[in-house]
Design a protein around this ligand. Structure first.
Ligand code: GAP
Length: 444
């Protein structure tokens, strides 16, 4: 993890939030490379789950909703961790994570044993909407994106004219006042979720849970996380949420251990029924063909953007020993991202920066590709160094404009460039005219 954290900072993926003021525990900023990685991940998720499917629509709900939503969903009452306070050093810890000595729990901060009884600590972050900071104006920053999709179920059903089964997809920020934010961006207090609520007839719920598990595994494979690297945990009876008839946790082997990436949960009709009861509004579905009215059931694949980004970085991270042109051995650090999620798709270099014709041509190649993909023009330092910098941010391709390109060695290779492949380090000569199509095929 140390190497990954250091690379992410050095290469502009992830910074501590408010770093110059000492940071803020559980909050992170994504730099120029990190934001591209996350965008590529979210765009591909959206394409796969919304644009490429006839049975899905998207939405973008507000982060702050009527407090009644969180009463109805059960979050106000039960979305909490059991906490104890240490009376000696005043630290607060999760009761279920306390270390024990001789069968007695103790404070991991000071070793003291004078601890309070466990108390429920609600994880929702609070704020006030309106000028008065009183109970009437109390609001929560949403702890999950899901609820907006339940609350807007009727509006979306009517405006999209979808028939069951169909789903709503949403990507957005969620906030949880986690007691122990840890493992870098894995458990944060502000994070993003990519969630689907897939509504169906009750008798289809279990089969659709298995269907979505398979869809999600395919998705991870298509962004470069092979299914062999994901452990499916079928949560046994008694350990699932009381309303869930089936839940799969998809776990990935992070350097700090096997941990949850995503949950695929069959939530039955719990959410829609709860909102129907609390709001007094009908949220049923009317099946025209069968002439029946019922509350749809829902299957929910719920993934974390930040956790997936971390899994992508961990999966891509590699080091290998290489020998440079002078015979010196060095360690090559590479992020072997799948081209479709790599932040930069192609590095573009003139062989020498003091040859105006090379620079002009390389800049023209970069400009021609820029509207179609993220490229990076670099003329600083030896070519080998420039390749290494791109390897470290996971750029799958690099193009070099040399004297052949500008026709200095004869007409045969004019307007061709070398295309270097990150993983094999092999180079091939290709015409500039075919470059865009070639790269687009690889990054789509
Ligand atoms: N709507 C269901 C729901 O929110 P969850 O298991 O609590 O279920 C879903 O969260 C996903 O959101 C998790 O699998 C994880 O990827 C991400 N997630 C949850 N809490 C997180 C946190 N504190 N930091 C980063 N990601 C988190």
């Amino acid at each position: 993890m140390e190497k990954i954290v250091s690379l992410c900072k050095r290469r502009g993926f992830i910074f501590q939030s408010s770093e110059i003021y000492g940071g803020l525990n559980g909050f992170w900023d994504y730099g120029p490379m990190g934001v591209e990685l996350k965008r590529n991940l979210k765009d591909f998720w959206w394409r796969r789950n919304v644009h490429e499917r006839e049975d899905m629509v998207g939405m973008d709900g507000s982060i702050i909703m009527n407090r009644a939503v969180w009463k109805a969903s059960g979050h106000e009452e039960t979305f909490s961790d059991p906490m104890v306070d240490c009376r000696t050093c005043k630290a607060r810890h999760r009761a279920d994570q306390l270390p024990q000595k001789d069968g007695t729990p103790y404070c991991p901060a000071c070793g003291g044993r004078d601890l309070t009884e466990p108390r429920a600590f609600n994880l929702m972050l609070k704020s006030y909407a309106g000028p008065l900071e009183n109970d009437d104006n109390l609001v929560y920053l949403r702890p999950e994106t899901a609820q907006a999709m339940f609350v807007q179920f009727k509006n979306i059903l009517e405006t999209s004219r979808k028939k069951l089964p169909f789903g709503i997809a949403q990507i957005g920020k969620a906030f949880r006042n986690e007691i122990n934010p840890r493992n870098y961006i894995f458990r944060s207090r502000e994070f993003e979720q990519m969630e689907i609520e897939y509504f169906c007839r009750p008798e289809d719920g279990l089969a659709l849970t298995d269907y979505w598990l398979e869809e999600r595994l395919k998705f991870y494979e298509d962004i470069g996380i092979p299914r062999a690297k994901i452990k499916i945990h079928d949560i046994p009876d008694g350990e699932r949420a009381f309303y869930s008839k089936k839940t799969y946790d998809l776990e990935y082997e992070f350097p700090f251990g096997m941990s949850e990436l995503e949950g695929v949960a069959y939530r039955t009709d719990y959410d829609l029924s709860a909102h129907m009861k609390h709001s007094g509004k009908p949220l049923e579905y009317f099946d025209d063909e069968k002439k029946e009215k019922f509350v749809p059931h829902v299957v929910e694949p719920s993934a974390g953007v930040d956790r997936t980004a971390l899994a992508l970085i961990c999966e891509a991270f590699d080091e290998e020993e290489v020998t440079d042109e002078k015979g010196n051995k060095e360690v090559r650090t590479i992020l072997r991202f799948h081209p479709r999620i790599a932040p930069v798709k192609c590095g573009i270099f003139p062989l020498l920066k003091n040859k105006p014709a090379l620079v002009e041509k390389a800049k023209a190649v970069a400009a021609s590709l820029r509207p179609h993909m993220m490229v990076f023009y670099d003329e600083a330092g030896a070519i080998g160094r420039r390749y290494r910098r791109q390897d470290e941010i996971g750029t799958p391709f690099c193009v070099t404009v040399d004297f052949d390109t500008i026709g200095e060695n004869g007409p045969e290779k004019v307007d061709t460039v070398t295309l270097r492949h990150r993983d094999s380090m092999q180079q091939e000569r290709i015409p500039i005219a075919g470059l865009r199509a070639r790269l687009e095929a690889a990054i789509f």
